[in-house]
Design a protein around this ligand. Sequence first.
Ligand code: F6R
Length: 612
Amino acid sequence: MCGIVAYIGPREAYPILMKGLQRLEYRGYDSAGICMLNDDLKVFKCKGKVADLEEYVRGKDLKGTIGMAHTRWATHGEPNQINAHPHFSQNKRLAIIHNGIIENYAALRSELKNRGYTFTSDTDTEVLVHLIEDIKSHEKVSLEEAVRIALNQVIGAYAIVVLSKTSPDKIIAARKGSPLVIGIGKDEYFVASDATPIIEYTDNVVFLNDEEIAIIRRNEKLKIRTVRNQDKTPYIQKLEMSLNAIEKGGYEHFMLKEIFEQPRSIRDSMRGRLHLDLGLVTLGGIRDYEQKLLNAKRIIITACGTSWHAGLVGKYLIEDLARITVEVEYSSEFRYRNPIISEEDVVIAISQSGETADTLAAIELAKGKGATVLGICNVVGSSIARATHAGVYTHAGPEIGVASTKAFTAQVAVLTLWALLLAQRRGSMPMSQFRRILGELNTIPDKVEHTLKVNDKVRDIAATYINVTNALYLGRGINFPVALEGALKLKEISYIHAEGYPAAEMKHGPIALIDEHMPVFVIATRRGTYEKVISNIQEVKARKGQIIAIINEGDETVRKLADHYIEIPETEEMLVPLIATVPLQLLSYHMAVMRGCNVDQPRNLAKSVTVE
Ligand code: F6R
């Protein structure tokens, strides 16, 4: 979603801001803007991409060593030049950029209108900058104090940066619900929605907490004050991200790079946790909560999108291996349906970004009802990582492609370890079986590496289907969530309508869709419900549907039935999702590329969904 970047220091700000916006493009946006402070506040903005903004500002006066820039993902008001950020206050002495939603903007807007303010945009953001101006001029307070008072009147979520013509050496930034990171360099500061625009300049960062305001002055120490007017000592952390991790490294797209990174990201997510020699699993992050988990009557997993699919895989794993009841809920439903939660429940929130608004709200709800809430997050220091009582990081590395790939398999790898840990402690499976699965899990990164060799074949298969309008994905048992994830990947980046179904459910409706034009992607690996899936394949074939099967190497039976097949190495039934997902990711990727879609930034989508 919206991206923020700001700079103050000795260098020219424009190139830093532009590069920062490019780094933030992956978050998803529909317009962009920049504000330079040099004598006056100079604002330039336009609908479209950062490249369009670059074109638009060509030849303009962009000098200055302080400035801010923004990519907007429309919420209030359509994506156009007027609604793009930054927004001026009425007297044009203040400018603001904002992520999030001001929920009481309508009431504030009519109050400000009564006081003579006029609005040029449809945004909630413009309300906030007028409000700050109103407070500043009536109460004769400093910029930071005006921001603080204004934020006390605001209901909703925000990450903001404010510049003032009358305070040319100061940046005010604040957050609640939407992330903000401050990079501290030598005599310079960077502000951004995440660390990606900062990493090449400094690895010293401060993650602002909710309701904190940063007062950033040229050549002075960073000050932090809360909305309730308490001073805080900035907590400076070292970033562990590398610049390589956020660049394409020779791949055509981030998505392809991230698909190919999976052997490493799965291995990294298991490193130091899977102890083959000792026959043991440890998860240091939740050590203090193990007993709570073991005593839990049930576990509730909450997440959105792809992370929800990982949660579903987690249900199969934990119920099968550790014999604890697991419910999996969309965070957006969970938060509004008055769920029954008690102190005996353990909630696991899963999120790549760690910023998903609905998942954050679900966590707060569960905490409010006394549950223990644990997290599985990819982004270190993210809001969800901090809001949960404890948790386990996936070590997938930064995921830049909007479609989640390596984060999913890393989440599944961590959930597998989690299930094995509980199984081990509860003694719910024979030691021999435990050791066998552990040993097999250890081989998964190599098997994923091997699976990636199907890329060329997958590309050829993809070419056959680029003009279809619908697709069906079928899987059973633990591969049902893999079918859901395959379908989501295809629809979000290729705009082909796709649905995932438990294979046997097909008979109860979707079978009506099957004709010779319908590709049906089936996960048909040996073991588990293999024979049953073969029957489902026959049902599709009987109606002339096209079968593209993910099979185990050397499986002659399904090979003969399928129109196309993709072979993957054999593994334990419970571990198949870690491998079978990979060719489905590649299929979606190639279909989308051949259809001319922007795979890294699909239309309408945002990488971290910080609004509900
Ligand atoms: C799909 C995708 C989304 C996210 C969802 C949750 O490829 O990326 O469905 O999985 O928005 O995001 P996180 O995991 O950041 O909470």
